[in-house]
Design a protein around this ligand. Structure first.
Ligand SMILES: Cc1ncc(COP(=O)(O)O)c(C=O)c1O
Length: 380
């Protein structure tokens, strides 16, 4: 069976990118290719204006008052590293969960192995959602960070991020949300969520190119730096400047990437409620279609409002990679395996077999979903 090419791996990186993103990347490499924030010539100034516009657009999307509270990084992992390593000191206690991606789990586990921190990793309730009262109970005198994914990248389960924000606020513990699977697909308001740190990729829901990511850092929170170097500012000093965002952005920025993210954010802003509603409808069609196939087991939440644009499943007694390979032969791109989230698979009991993750995006159609369902229904 081979239909048109179907891309259902948007949770890994979004595809296709809007035309405006492609044009913006090309323009950054041609029309105003220069080093932003360094030289004073016209090209460099235009490059600098583009970076500022991207900061403003992202701050607006997150309802953050200050565009300089957005620091750019290379991907979501890079920004999570800055958030976690920047916030913690030796002897601190951290609360996080088994649902986290390795970009959180490995950073914390390496710190634990080095005896730098104490760590509580909470298991979600049987329904796949973390219980905010478990977080409240886990708080100690030396708790200095709560780190929680906005939505699981394995099941799509949207976590009670605002309720956890309330717990964090009441206890005065800094709160980091990993927004990798949420930004661009649903409304995000850092004030309503009560977080001081919100990390996100530029290449998933924001529809920009790979090599992009960002971190919202609340003005009142001071992080130590992950790397130091040239910023184009305070160049008479051998120390990293205190001013944001350059304090957290050493070295030349990814101008073509950031220009692409700006175009992606503009596209998302124009279409967010449409994207949000349509991705929900598509995910529901996917969930309902899969639940009608007797050999299929689904791992994502049943309730529409409780999941991001992800439905994970297994078929018959096949391994997830066998199913993913068969889908690929049928022209359908999904991701099998463990999705860099071993704790989530331990929780689901799928560490050996993995799961097949189908994830929708802004360009997914109902025909794409039908094509996947037809292919899965033939698998024994
Ligand atoms: C929940 C979650 N966090 C972090 C990441 C890491 O993002 P990046 O690949 O941009 O480093 C991912 C990527 O899939 C993810 O799904």
């Amino acid at each position: 069976m081979q239909g048109k090419d179907v891309y259902l791996d948007n949770a890994a990186t979004s595809h296709p990118k809007p035309e405006s993103v492609l044009r913006a990347v090309l323009a950054a490499l041609t029309d105003f290719n220069a080093n932003p924030g360094r030289s004073g010539h016209r090209r460099a100034l235009e490059a600098g204006r583009t970076v500022l516009a991207a900061r403003e657009a992202i701050a607006g999307l997150l309802s953050a008052a200050d565009p300089f509270s957005i620091a750019f990084g290379f991907n979501c992992t890079d920004c999570l590293n800055l958030a976690i390593k920047g916030a913690l000191r030796t002897g601190d206690h951290v609360i996080s969960t088994m649902l986290e991606h390795n970009s959180v789990l490995r950073v914390l586990s390496e710190k634990l192995r080095g005896n730098e921190i104490e760590l509580t990793l909470l298991t979600p309730r049987p329904d796949g959602f973390v219980d905010p009262s478990d977080i409240r109970r886990a708080i100690r005198k030396n708790t200095r960070l709560i780190a929680l994914t906005h939505a699981s990248n394995v099941t799509g389960a949207i976590q009670p991020v605002a309720a956890v924000g309330q717990v964090a606020r009441e206890s005065g513990v800094p709160y980091l949300i990993d927004g990798a699977q949420a930004i661009g697909s649903m409304p995000v308001d850092v004030n309503a969520l009560g977080c001081q740190l919100y990390a996100f990729p530029g290449h998933k829901g924001l529809l920009g190119p790979q090599g992009t990511g960002g971190l919202y850092i609340a003005p009142e929170l001071e992080l130590t730096t992950l790397r130091e170097g040239g910023t184009g500012s305070s160049s008479d000093s051998m120390l990293q400047p205190a001013e944001r965002p350059e304090r957290y952005e050493a070295g030349t920025l990814n101008l073509p990437g950031i220009a692409g993210v700006l175009a992606g954010v503009e596209y998302v802003k124009k279409n967010l409620s449409q994207i949000f509603m349509r991705e929900r409808e598509l995910t529901t069609a996917l969930y309902e279609g899969l639940s009608e196939i007797p050999s299929v087991t689904i791992y994502s939440p049943r309730e529409e409002a409780a999941r991001a644009g992800i439905v994970s499943f297994n078929a018959s007694d096949l391994s997830s990679s066998q199913v993913a390979d068969q889908l690929d032969r049928d022209g359908i791109a999904v991701r099998g395996g463990l999705h860099c989230a071993p704790g989530a698979h331990r929780f689901l009991g799928t560490l050996k077999r993995g799961v097949v993750r189908a994830s929708v995006g802004h360009a997914t159609t109902f025909e794409d979903i039908d094509q996947l369902l037809r292919s899965v229904s033939t698998m024994q």
